[in-house]
Write a protein that binds this ligand. Structure first.
Ligand SMILES: *[C@@H]1O[C@H](CO)[C@@H](O)[C@H](O)[C@H]1NC(C)=O
Ligand SMILES: *[C@@H]1O[C@H](CO)[C@@H](O)[C@H](O)[C@H]1NC(C)=O
Ligand SMILES: *[C@@H]1O[C@H](CO)[C@@H](O)[C@H](O)[C@H]1NC(C)=O
Ligand SMILES: *[C@@H]1O[C@H](CO)[C@@H](O)[C@H](O)[C@H]1NC(C)=O
Ligand SMILES: *[C@@H]1O[C@H](CO)[C@@H](O)[C@H](O)[C@H]1NC(C)=O
Length: 399
């Protein structure tokens, strides 16, 4: 008997799709903010405009003013799907507005931007009274089993410090560090995990799937932890060599859109050879020659995106975890060549603890119909007052 092509096709499709290790759907508020995706050019001479700012507006604390709780959180990043702009934050805690008592926490939470003209306005849709302190990015069963409270402080955390990258109109990828706490003050990095966001714009539902517990374990570079971006049907994932380069080197992986959940399609860049390899480099020593960026700066958090205004890809970043200065590098393509002499973009004002952290940038808010993408940026960082940490939004305008 001949096997019908239909059966063959479904067998192939089944073999290619991995069953996610964790999956969770969230209903999202039907809030739409228009933005226009730009089509990056590719130029030999990238920078056509200086990195001088003509003004910065501080919009203050980003939060949900309708929240029943006072919510504090840190880290985070954003991306847009189908004109909905999401913010995903790391450790998020809720306190009673009346008594100030701690009520609960999740290792991450997801919100939606209310209004691009008021970037401090968010609407929470995961850290709500009835969600049971579930993290927005679902735990595996094993992770959930040790993260269900108790007073040992033993838990898993899924943290991001960069933007998600839009793959299609309705799908994005986002990388999270998987930290395992042995007690409240001691955690170990186990690797990163990839979350795939799939947006259903008709029913206003976002589904979050983790294809594997660890996409890259802690024995490899954390591709995607520093930044991710999609250009010309290809996702580029940037990871810092934190172990051997003291945060000076950034390494790069790429994967074609639609194959991002299949490890066999990933390729790894070697800048000395100007070529990609299917073999993942094992970081047993510093590999500066292979790094896509290595210069006079260290890297902590940041994001990479196309700026139509600058006619260049920009990398906006903080040098260090205890930092407040936004810096910028530029390149004609995601692969570079990156100008490794950074320019200072803006010194954000730290709180009483002396520094901000978790700085990222996004052009999305100022990419509305009629605007030139990259002329204005939304800068975001974690601000610490005497007790708590919360995200702050700045609107930066270039000359
Ligand atoms: C997003 O908004 C823009 C501007 O209003 C519109 O042209 C575009 O079709 C919208 N995109 C989607 C996916 O709805
Ligand atoms: C939101 O932030 C503002 C400014 O810090 C603060 O006054 C307000 O209480 C916060 N609201 C909530 C619900 O956290
Ligand atoms: C954290 O825990 C690890 C593993 O239990 C241990 O090796 C390390 O010394 C601890 N670090 C601190 C600062 O307590
Ligand atoms: C890497 O992760 C493993 C768990 O998969 C953990 O046991 C180990 O301590 C971690 N290594 C380092 C150097 O933190
Ligand atoms: C690199 O960037 C710096 C700072 O913006 C700038 O002064 C310099 O001209 C740039 N170099 C090149 C080769 O573009």
């Amino acid at each position: 008997m001949a096997i019908s092509p239909l059966i063959l096709l479904s067998v192939v499709a089944f073999a290619a799709a991995e069953i996610p290790v964790a999956s969770q759907s969230w209903e999202i508020p039907p809030i739409v903010n228009s933005w226009v995706p730009t089509d990056p050019g590719y130029y030999v001479t990238p920078v056509s405009k200086p990195f001088t700012l003509s003004g910065v507006t501080n919009w203050g604390r980003m939060n949900d003013s309708t929240q029943e709780y006072n919510v504090y959180r840190d880290g985070g990043g954003s991306c847009s799907l189908y004109n909905r702009t999401f913010w995903v934050y790391s450790d998020s805690s809720a306190y009673s507005k009346t008594t100030g008592l701690f009520l609960g926490a999740a290792s991450n939470s997801m919100t939606i931007a209310m209004d691009f003209n008021q970037p401090n306005k968010l609407l929470d849709f995961t850290l709500l009274p009835w969600t049971g302190w579930e993290p927005a990015i679902p735990f595996t069963e094993e992770e959930a089993a040790v993260s269900g409270g108790g007073d040992t402080g033993c838990r898993y955390a899924l943290w991001t410090n960069t933007n998600c990258a839009q793959l299609t109109e309705t799908r994005a990828m986002h990388f999270f560090k998987v930290q395992k706490f042995n007690n409240p003050s001691n955690s170990t990095y186990y690797g990163n995990t990839m979350a795939i966001y799939t947006m259903d714009p008709v029913n206003n539902v976002i589904t979050i799937e983790r294809p594997r517990q660890y996409w890259y374990s802690n024995t490899t570079y954390g591709y995607g932890n520093f930044a991710a971006l999609v250009f010309n049907g290809m996702a580029y994932l940037y990871g810092i060599d934190t172990t051997y380069s003291n945060n000076y080197d950034i390494h790069l992986a790429k994967v074609p859109v639609d194959h991002e959940t299949d490890m066999r399609y990933y390729r790894y860049y070697d800048s000395a050879a100007h070529s990609y390899s299917s073999t993942m480099p094992v970081p047993t020593e510093r590999r500066q020659w292979a790094a896509v960026v290595s210069g006079t700066d260290t890297f902590s958090t940041g994001s990479v995106f196309w700026s139509e205004y600058h006619n260049a890809f920009l990398m906006v970043f903080y040098n260090d975890l205890a930092d407040s200065t936004f810096r910028v590098l530029s390149a004609p393509s995601p692969v570079g060549p990156w100008n490794v002499s950074s320019a200072v973009l803006y010194d954000s004002v730290p709180g009483p603890r002396g520094y901000n952290y978790g700085g990222t940038a996004s052009p999305v808010y100022y990419q509305q119909p009629g605007q030139v993408a990259g002329k204005e940026l939304l800068l975001q960082y974690s601000y610490q007052d005497t007790k708590h940490t919360y995200p702050v939004a700045l609107q930066a305008t270039f000359v």
